[in-house]
Design a protein around this ligand. Structure first.
Ligand SMILES: [Cu+2]
Length: 322
């Protein structure tokens, strides 16, 4: 069947090109100039491009209007505000540029469509113009990239160990997440894939002193509001990506190495429910790397709550070694 379709397509192309040749020969024999663009053809193309401008702009504004409400709610982390600010600034710059350049591009196609009454201006180059359109985007991009790098450095610097913080390891595997809390010693015990056995699904070394008070959690994990959370990421199989959209955080989980990220939650789950007017609202940890058949279902709920509620919840969780 596939071969028949391919052969048919090839035959159609051959027939079309032969028909075109016949038309050219016919025109030539009548003394017509075959490669000359007629004024009518130019006008038609110009009108089509102008129509496309209206369709494009119509669709652009329509999607801005109808999909605006689908954006994420306000950032629920400290650094997320600077990411949102960067995103807003970028959109404020590129949106007018997009609209203006497309209006000019497509309007000119219509306005200056070929006319035998007009001669095109020969214009080889202008240093002044070249300098303007090189320097302007370069300056804008430099400012945007410098702003981005500053935010990136703030975000990626690990929380200093002397600062009061929560240390959590997130391990991804097809198709589930496991969270491990460092416990009272604030240190995660050693872990290795070769130690995976039975309930020890992430390969924590039970003999390591630091592992004794570690707590493994599935399904949902809790965070105290206003306290920096240092995350360490691992993967047991494919590459996964820990994505916490409401906190504007994402980091790849790569087998064989650990990666890290930290953020400070600013809004509790209850406050966010009130803010969004959605009683069902829940922060989520998702996998954002297509890692296999059940990738879409690889998620964990995140509960942000007061320090007291968090302490109470954590106390109820069992330590790794009992
Ligand atoms: Cu995954």
């Amino acid at each position: 069947m596939t071969i028949v379709v391919i052969i048919t397509a090839i035959l159609i192309i051959i027939v079309a090109s032969q028909l075109l040749k016949i038309a050219e020969l016919r025109a030539k024999s009548k003394g017509e100039l075959i490669y000359e663009v007629s004024e009518k053809a130019g006008k038609t193309q110009g009108t089509l491009l102008l129509t496309f401008l209206f369709v494009l702009m119509g669709f652009f504004f329509w999607q801005m209007y109808s999909w605006y409400g689908l954006r994420l709610p306000d950032s629920a982390s400290v650094h997320g505000e600077s990411i949102d600010f960067l995103s807003d600034v970028t959109y404020m710059i590129i949106t007018p540029v997009f609209i203006l350049t497309h209006i000019v591009l497509l309007w000119f196609c219509y306005k200056y469509a070929y006319s035998s009454k007009r001669k095109a201006l020969f214009f080889s180059h202008s240093y002044k113009l070249e300098v303007i359109w090189t320097i302007t985007p370069a300056l804008v991009l430099t400012v945007l990239i410098l702003m981005g790098l500053t935010s990136w450095n703030q975000i990626m610097t690990p929380v200093p160990s002397e600062t009061d913080h929560v240390l959590i390891e997130l391990t991804g595997q097809q198709f589930t997440w496991t969270a491990r809390y460092a416990g009272d010693d604030k240190k995660l015990g050693r872990s290795h894939v070769t130690l995976i056995e039975g309930v020890n699904a992430t390969g924590v070394d039970a003999k390591d002193e630091n592992a004794k008070d570690d707590k493994l959690v599935k399904g949902e994990f809790h965070l105290p509001v206003g306290v920096p959370v240092q995350f360490v990421f691992r993967s047991l199989d494919a590459i996964h990506s820990a994505y916490l959209p409401h906190f504007r955080a994402q980091m790849n989980c790569v087998p064989g190495i650990t990666t890290q990220f930290n953020f400070t939650p600013t809004i509790t789950t209850e406050e966010m429910k009130a803010k969004t007017g959605n009683e069902e609202f829940n922060y989520v940890l998702l996998c954002n790397k297509i890692c296999g058949a059940a990738h879409y279902n690889m998620q964990m709920d995140v509960i942000v709550e007061s320090q007291e509620d968090y302490d109470k919840w954590l106390a109820e969780q069992k330590t790794f070694v009992e």
